[in-house]
Structure formats: structure tokens, C-alpha cells
Design a protein around this ligand. Structure first.
Ligand code: AMP
Ligand code: MG
Length: 491
């Protein structure tokens, strides 16, 4: 083990606003030193946008930062405390295997959390080893970057570095650390923690900090904490609609995995839906389908209600009034979500304006897709390019009738067909990170040390609306399998 070094000239420019919050919000500690760091992948575009020097980051002094063997100037590593409802049950959690190094201030003055995931035990590790393995960290890298490419708010992945140490799971696996970049790691669970174990003043401090960090245009509003609640609800309505529109299934929408910033976080058992079915679940532990595709908007509303509960003491001095304000705000979620969803669905069908029957047109298509087990992404892709696919759906009279209705709908708007097609190209991705492709990339990387498959995949995933020739292969479905795809948590 080497001694920890101070690293310079890589462009790190860290502040520590979180570390200035009350001490009970976190635990200060250094990452556990690792044996032999090796850079597996570095996100050059992201690094540059953060004001980091790509070349310096790849040097030995640069790489050690990504495992915590070296600390950039200004880093004050800490594990954040948070609680959360896991599958509906309230628990104390916290960063059990992650450390916040600090907040990178970019050349444009933006602030991003820099977090190492897999950096060793913390006081919040409970029974866990504080470690992460290469496969799941690369999986997070691929899917989070795919989400970014799809235009969905998300935490980003800056680097994955192997530690040179084995991590014991079912077998010995290569240890790795992911450097995660986020608007912040404030979660619904952060508020739950402070609400349960802090004072009302602590809660106010957290809420003010959050407002300043994510919603700085709060100054003119009458009730700043109601404003906070409404803004978080709004961002989640946008986010969840975007998930639904591309068929993303988060898999573990516990309240600790819901951010206040409105970014997608925690790529554990997530996966993209292939065959359209609202009951789709991939996570091995989601036995009752709590986090099924079609249930995500309801769960978001449930989580937001837990968030609202934490804010009650700040919303109004009178508890009854506070509850009323919270309930009204929460009841807006459904409408806000629906509005975002239907706007997105119209775009997926090339529709610019609004007609009352649009919803039944959309539902008509979706229910046929479910009935004929059509692939969600490829059906919209075929409609975009007006191709009749060789699938059960496309051959039916039911579909032909729907198609007529859709064409008539497009004819009733002023925009020409070309504009509709352009709108559809920009709203229907050429590809998603299909499960078999993700597995193929991970297998080559982890088993053969061949990262070229993953890099090619990342390249096409970075611009899913380009509809370029090299993306065509990636829309192919896997051969039928008797074994349903399964994903796992916390691996
Ligand atoms: P997640 O499923 O990633 O949302 O994690 C839920 C909780 O388990 C969080 O408190 C994590 O920090 C913690 N956790 C997950 N994996 C580990 C691990 N290997 N060691 C310690 N804590 C962990
Ligand atoms: Mg989590």
C-alpha cells in the first residue's frame, strides 16, 4: 500500500458546502487505500466539461484520485447520512460504500458532487463490505451514460478503476470503484433522516441548503418550503415521464434512491423494457412488482408524499394547514406527470397540437402492443420510418385500422409529414441499452478484459436520436429465451 498523495494540476477545483452543514448530516472519513489501481474507463467529454485535464487524469497521479489513494487539493471526504423507505419499510441507511470527495466547481461556475462508489466501509455500511465489483460498476457507467444520451436527467459516470483486490460475492470478483458525478446526492431519504433524528432547525438548514443549491430563484416566493416541495414534484413528474417514454425501469425506487435534484440515481437492478407490458419487472427481489414499469408513476407519488411529510413543520405553523398544503401539492403530481407523458407520447407519434382523442389513440396503440407482445422501442422506430415490421402486431387488421386513424390525425394538423417525421426521429431512439447487449459488453470486459465491445456500445448510445447506420445492429432483438432476464441489487 502506498502513502496517500496530494494531487495537483488535474483541474480539480473542489468546494465542500455539504461538509459545512451540521455534523450529524455526515461522517468525515478517508477512503480505504487499495492495492493496485488501474484505469478501465474515463469519460473524456464529461471530464472536460467539469474543467478537468483528461491527460493528467490518466497519469498515475490522476488515477489514484479515482480510488481514494490520492486526494485532490480541497477534498474533504465524507459519507452522507440518510434514511429511506425500502420496499415500503423505513430504515436508517447512509453511504455504506460511497464517499463524497467534494463538489467540483466547473469553469462555468456549476457545482457537481464527486463521489467514489465502492471506496470502503463507512459507519453506515451495516453488514456490507463497502466494496463494489467491476461488472456492476461498468453496468452503471453504461446505463447512466445511455440515459444521458437519451436526454434524461441522471447522475453521470466519470471513471471506473479496478482496485487490484478481489471482492467476495458468490465467487471472487475484481474490485472496482466508480466515480459518480451528480447535481447533488440529496435524496428524499436525506430529508427523512433529518426529519426523524434532527431538530426542526436542522431541517430548515437542510431545506435552505437545498433551495440555494437547486432552486436559487426562490427569493420572490411567499412560502419557500412549499416552493421546494412543488419544485421537487415538478422535476420528478418530468423525470418519471421521461422514464416511461423510453421504457426505463428503475427497479428499486426506494425513497433513498429518489433525488431532490430530479436526476435518476442508483443503477442497480434497472433495465429497459423490451416487450411492452406494464407489469414488467426485472429485479430478482421485486417479488410483488412494487417497482414494475407501469407502477413507477404511483410509486413516485408515494415517495413524494414521504418527502412532503418531512417538510410539514416548515410548511405552516398550524399543522392542519401544513397538511393541507402538502396534500394539494402532492395531488398535483398526477396531473403534472400525465401532462409530461402525453406531450412526450404525442411527439413519439409525430403530433404537434392537442386533440382530446389523442389519449385514446395512444392507449389504442399501447394496448395492441401489449396484446401482440410487440417490442416497445422497435414499434415506435418502425412507425417513425413507416416500415411494416414482420411481427404479430403489424399484420393485424386491428393495427391497420389504428394506422388509418393515426394518419388521419396527422393530416388534421398544419405541419407537413416531413416535420412529423423529424419530430418522431427526435423522440424515438434508434436504440436503447438492450439487456443482451449490456451483458455482451460486460462479459467481454470482465471475463476477457476486452473493453472494445463496451466502448463501441457507449459510442452508439451517446446519440440515440442520430439514427446512424452503425446503430441499426443494436436494435436487433435477442433470440427468444425461456429464461426471463433478471437483475440484482447492491452487487
Ligand atoms: P442501494 O441498493 O444501492 O440503494 O443501497 C442501499 C443501501 O445499502 C445503502 O445504504 C448503500 O450504501 C448500502 N450498500 C449497498 N451495497 C453495500 C456494500 N457492499 N457495503 C456496504 N453498504 C452497501
Ligand atoms: Mg441507493
Amino acid at each position: 500500500m502506498t502513502e496517500r498523495k496530494v494531487v495537483i494540476e488535474t483541474g480539480w477545483n473542489l468546494d465542500n458546502s455539504y461538509a459545512r452543514l451540521p455534523k450529524t448530516f455526515f461522517t468525515r472519513l478517508n477512503p480505504t487505500l487499495v492495492r493496485s489501481p488501474k484505469l478501465i474507463i474515463l469519460n473524456h467529454t464529461l471530464a472536460t466539461s467539469l474543467g478537468l485535464n483528461v491527460q493528467a487524469l490518466q497519469s498515475n497521479d490522476g488515477v489514484v484520485v479515482f480510488v481514494g489513494n490520492g486526494l485532490p487539493e480541497g477534498a474533504l471526504p465524507l459519507a452522507q447520512a440518510y434514511a429511506g423507505h425500502q420496499f415500503g419499510h423505513f430504515t436508517m441507511l447512509g453511504d455504506g460504500r460511497a464517499l463524497l470527495l467534494g463538489e467540483q466547481i466547473t469553469p462555468f461556475g456549476e457545482r457537481f458532487d464527486i463521489q467514489l462508489k465502492g471506496s470502503g466501509k463507512t459507519p453506515y455500511s451495516r453488514g456490507g463490505d463497502g466494496r463494489a465489483t467491476l461488472g456492476p460498476m461498468l453496468r452503471e457507467y453504461i446505463i447512466s451514460e445511455a440515459m444521458h444520451g437519451l436526454g434524461i436527467p441522471t447522475t453521470r459516470s466519470l471513471a471506473v478503476v479496478t482496485t487490484g483486490e478481489s471482492v467476495i460475492r458468490e465467487t471472487d470478483l475484481p474490485g472496482a470503484i466508480l466515480t459518480r458525478v451528480a447535481a447533488s446526492h440529496l435524496r428524499v431519504g436525506t430529508f427523512q433522516y433529518v426529519s426523524k433524528w434532527g431538530t426542526v432547525e436542522d431541517l430548515r438548514t437542510l431545506a435552505d441548503y437545498t433551495l440555494q443549491r437547486h432552486f436559487p430563484d426562490v427569493d420572490d416566493v411567499e412560502n419557500r418550503y412549499l416552493f421546494l416541495l412543488q419544485q421537487v414534484i415538478k422535476r420528478q413528474a418530468v423525470l418519471i415521464a421521461k422514464w416511461q417514454l423510453v421504457g426505463f425501469i428503475h427497479g428499486v425506487m426506494n425513497t433513498d434512491n429518489m433525488t431532490i435534484s430530479g436526476e435518476t440515481i442508483d443503477y442497480g437492478p434497472c433495465a429497459f423494457m423490451d416487450t411492452y407490458d406494464p407489469a414488467t419487472v426485472f429485479s430478482s427481489i421485486d417479488i410483488h412488482g412494487r417497482y414494475a414499469y407501469g407502477n413507477q408513476p404511483n410509486i413516485a407519488a408515494w415517495n413524494l408524499a414521504r418527502f412532503a411529510e418531512t417538510l410539514l413543520p416548515l410548511l405552516h405553523v398550524n399543522q392542519e394547514q401544513a397538511v393541507k398544503l402538502a396534500q394539494d401539492a402532492i395531488s398535483d403530481f398526477t396531473e403534472l406527470y400525465h401532462c409530461n407523458w402525453i406531450t412526450g407520447m404525442r411527439a413519439k407519434l409525430g403530433i404537434f397540437n392537442e386533440e382530446v382523442q389523442d389519449e385514446s389513440l395512444i392507449e389504442g396503440l399501447l394496448s395492441m402492443m401489449q396484446k401482440y407482445r410487440a417490442d416497445y422501442t422497435n414499434t415506435f422506430l418502425a412507425l417513425t420510418f413507416d416500415k411494416s415490421e414482420d411481427t404479430a402486431l403489424f399484420g393485424t387488421t386491428e393495427f391497420a385500422q389504428w394506422y388509418e386513424l393515426w394518419q388521419a390525425r396527422l393530416d388534421r394538423q398544419h405541419e407537413p409529414k416531413d416535420s412529423s417525421q423529424q419530430l418522431m426521429r427526435n423522440s424515438n431512439p434508434a436504440l436503447i441499452p438492450r439487456n443482451h447487449r449490456v451483458e455482451e459488453a460486460l462479459e467481454a470486459a470482465v471475463k476477457q478484459g476486452d473493453y472494445s465491445v463496451m466502448k463501441r456500445f457507449l459510442d452508439v448510445l451517446s446519440s440515440p436520436y442520430a439514427h446512424s447506420p452503425e446503430q441499426v445492429d443494436y436494435s436487433t432483438l435477442p433470440p427468444p429465451s425461456t429464461c426471463p432476464y433478471r437483475t440484482f441489487c447492491g452487487t
